[in-house]
Design a protein. Sequence first.
Length: 84
Amino acid sequence: MGKILVKLDKINEYICDNYFYQNKDMIISPTVKDYLKEKNIEIIYDYNLKKRIEIILNRDYKITDSEKIKKIIEKVEGELQKWV
């Protein structure tokens, strides 16, 4: 998979709870960096998507069953692959 250039018009897709989650496959444009700094949005580098999904499921939806979490993560990853 190639690198993804994150532009300002798509920035909200990567922001959650005032954090911008950047993984190793992303390149952030200077305009985006300036925007994040201006809005006091913290950049979290090289985050783990699976772990983030698990945290959200636990915290927001009270889902703790590991098999259910695994199935949801697989579904989300499958859907995300359609965007790449």
